[in-house]
Design a protein around this ligand. Structure first.
Ligand code: IVH
Length: 668
């Protein structure tokens, strides 16, 4: 074929195939048969294999998946990708509307564009002169990963925009997997002995983060656009207008494929009605959503409203209550925790809730069991909120088996057989035997945890075995263990015994804060451990502290003080500390910086930051800042990440300064 006509035919084929891809994947209205489509595609591939100098960047052949990458490169977003403030209560929409009107100093009804909150992976597509040149994940909002090769495999995303495309159009939206596709993918994965995914969102994220685009190409992913990034050569008047324009360019939007699922609402009541309407249709939707998103429709007003920390003031998300399912309680187990608390757990017939198989649900305590009257054999409604432990919401009484009996937590500890007690005014039933085997095991597990003594080679299983072999009954026993002791256990080799002993040895210089935390005193978490270490400086001073002295420590109230006193007045426990010291544990207290750039300031973190929460706290403290446990007028800064909770509102109402992670970095 002559050069020129090969090129022409190539261009022609690219655009014909793009048209059919759009008809099939976006409009759901194929024009030609699969056979005819395959013929066109084969012709295209043949041409590309034999001719040189063809432009492959926007060729549908790219959708099959290019060569695997070594790593994803990081690219900065020209406009940061923000997150949304959210709430679970539709009533908050009225507050949101109030805030907006107040900020704009207007009484006029505000027009809102209401959308679905897709539960997928957010993405930015960069079109330059109509060509899809780049696709970035959200990353930390400032810098994302370049997943262009992978995005090109999603057939509903146009590689080229039609005529009149602006110089730059950055399109933001969500990559997701339809529920049905997800189920089929998991079936296939299982059959092939490959990893299955917990839910469609994880499957979509896992598929996008493949270095080999051929894997991504094999995954049934979809995309819906909902927002703008940077633009050149085009302007928009409203949020609705943005979606309309995307749709004209062939970019998938909810507005185009499901116009019933978006709405321009006048005032907050119409928004609330939208919320309830969507909540009703939610289970019938082919994909997961976790709420609705409400945006001020006018872009001029959006501009006036601006940002609070990393969220726009002009938008909010109203989330739905968690998803529910029905199953049968086969048994109720009672577990004993570190502080002796007895927790009843329902063991259920496995059931899928929001795409995840669930078998256990916490019943919290006797009061909760009584309130819901959950019995063995009952059919129950359970729910999962995000990633937390599932809960029993209610019992389906019509399905209750005859002769069922109310469940009562036993009056003897299921682990050690001692009496249990339930104090006046407390909901928790406790085993009061401090030597209870279950409590001992749980305390020892807490002691070795990463944020406590960090004995990383000693896991839960080993602790159970050591306790059962009577080699371990108290904290100090860790420092008495020998290699021979470990070797006397089943299935322990020389190397692993050495590793275990050396990992215990390494834990012998704990900072005071972690040591106090490791002791497992009730109500003394990591943060309280730090405050106590700061205040008392040495372990001796801490152990001798009176209740009055404890109450001097910031954030320590009567309940915590009382619990500490109970612990420090127990001779057996205090002896344990001295034993450990004798055995070579050298408790250090690296004087914490009060010099740094954050010295004298207090912080609290809410939402997801670009770094791990614990690391963020360390950074603040290393620079002299203090971490507080709650929002109060004493707090200087609330550091806000993605999906922040209600702390933001509280901080705002108390006039606490709200800053983003980036702003904090600048203060350092
Ligand atoms: S707009 C300025 N619209 O929610 C706000 N986000 O917390 C930019 N999301 O990371 C986002 N559906 O992944 C917007 N219709 C929608 C959305 C949506 C889902 C996600 C998005 C973002 C998160 C915000």
């Amino acid at each position: 074929m002559a050069q020129k006509s090969a090129k022409n035919r190539h261009e022609e084929l690219k655009s014909i195939i793009a048209k059919h891809d759009h008809a099939y994947h976006v409009l759901d209205k194929p024009i030609i048969s699969d056979f005819e489509y395959d013929q066109l595609f084969t012709e295209l591939l043949k041409l590309e294999a034999t001719e040189e100098g063809l432009d492959l960047t926007d060729s549908p052949s790219q959708r099959v998946g290019a060569k695997p990458l070594e790593v994803f490169s990081k690219v900065a977003h020209r406009v940061p990708m923000l997150s949304l403030a959210n709430s679970y209560s539709p009533e908050d929409i009225f507050d949101f509307d109030e805030r907006i009107k107040k900020f704009l100093k207007t009484d006029k009804e505000i027009e809102y564009f209401c959308e679905l909150k897709f539960d997928g992976l957010s993405m930015e597509l960069v079109y330059e002169n109509g060509n899809l040149v780049r696709a970035l994940t959200r990353g930390d909002g400032t810098v994302g990963e370049d997943v262009t090769q992978n995005i090109k495999t999603i057939k509903s995303i146009p590689l080229k925009l039609g005529k009149g495309a602006p110089e730059v159009l950055e399109v933001r939206g969500e990559v997701l997997m339809f529920k049905e596709d997800f189920a089929r993918l998991n079936e296939n994965q299982q059959e092939n002995g490959q990893q299955t995914f917990a839910n469609p969102r994880n499957a979509a994220a896992g598929s996008m983060r493949q270095l080999d685009p051929r894997i991504t190409a094999s995954r049934p992913l979809k995309f819906f656009a909902y927002a703008l990034g940077h633009t050149e050569g085009i302007t928009f008047k409203t949020q609705e207008n943005i979606q309309e324009t995307f749709a004209e360019y062939g970019i998938p939007t909810a507005l185009k494929s499901a116009p019933d699922l978006v709405q321009v609402a006048k005032g907050p009541q119409e928004v609330v009605d939208f919320y309830h309407r969507i909540e009703k249709v939610r289970p019938k939707l082919p994909f997961d959503i976790d709420g609705v998103v409400i945006k001020v429709n006018s872009l001029r007003l959006q501009d006036d409203l601006g940002l609070v920390a990393r969220s726009p003031r002009w938008a909010t998300a109203a989330k739905f209550k968690p998803e529910q399912a029905t199953t049968v309680v086969e048994d109720i187990n009672v577990q004993v925790g570190r502080t002796g608390a007895l927790t009843p757990v329902a063991i259920m017939t496995p059931v899928k809730v929001g795409g995840v198989t669930v078998t256990n649900a916490t019943l919290h305590n006797q009061d909760e069991i009584d309130r819901k009257d959950v019995r063995i054999g009952d059919t129950v409604v359970i729910q999962r909120a995000g990633d937390v432990i599932p809960e029993v919401v209610s019992v389906v009484l019509e399905k209750r088996p005859k002769n069922s009996k109310p469940f009562t937590i036993p009056s003897k500890c299921p682990a050690c057989g001692s009496e249990v007690e339930k104090l006046e005014g407390e909901v928790v039933t406790r085993c009061v035997n401090p030597l209870c085997i279950a409590q001992v095991k749980e305390s020892l597990k807490h002691f070795v945890a990463r944020r406590a003594m960090n004995i990383d080679k000693v896991g839960d299983r080993l602790i159970e075995t050591l306790v059962d072999a009577q080699l371990l009954t108290k904290f100090s026993d860790f420092y008495r263990l020998t290699k021979e002791d470990i070797l006397s256990l089943d299935r322990q080799g020389d190397k692993s015994a050495e590793n275990i002993i050396s990992s215990i040895d390494k834990s012998k210089t704990p900072p005071l804060a972690r040591f106090i935390f490791a002791l497992g005193i009730r109500f003394v978490g990591e943060q309280t451990g730090k405050l106590l270490a700061d205040h008392f400086v040495t372990i001796e001073k801490f152990l001798e502290a009176s209740e009055e002295e404890l109450l001097q420590v910031p954030e320590i109230g009567p309940k915590v003080a009382k619990s500490i006193i109970e612990w420090t007045s127990n001779k057996r426990l205090v002896k344990e500390v001295h034993e450990m010291i004798k055995l070579g544990v050298n408790i250090t207290n690296p004087v914490r910086s009060t010099e740094g750039s954050l010295s004298g300031m207090s912080f609290l973190i809410t939402g997801t930051l670009p770094v791990k929460r614990d690391d963020a706290k360390d950074i603040i403290e290393k620079n002299g800042g203090k971490i507080l446990g709650s929002v109060s007028s004493k707090l200087n800064f609330l550091v806000v990440g993605d999906d922040p909770g209600s702390k933001v509102d509280k901080a705002q109402s108390l006039g606490v300064k709200i800053i983003s992670w980036d702003e904090l970095q600048k203060m350092l």
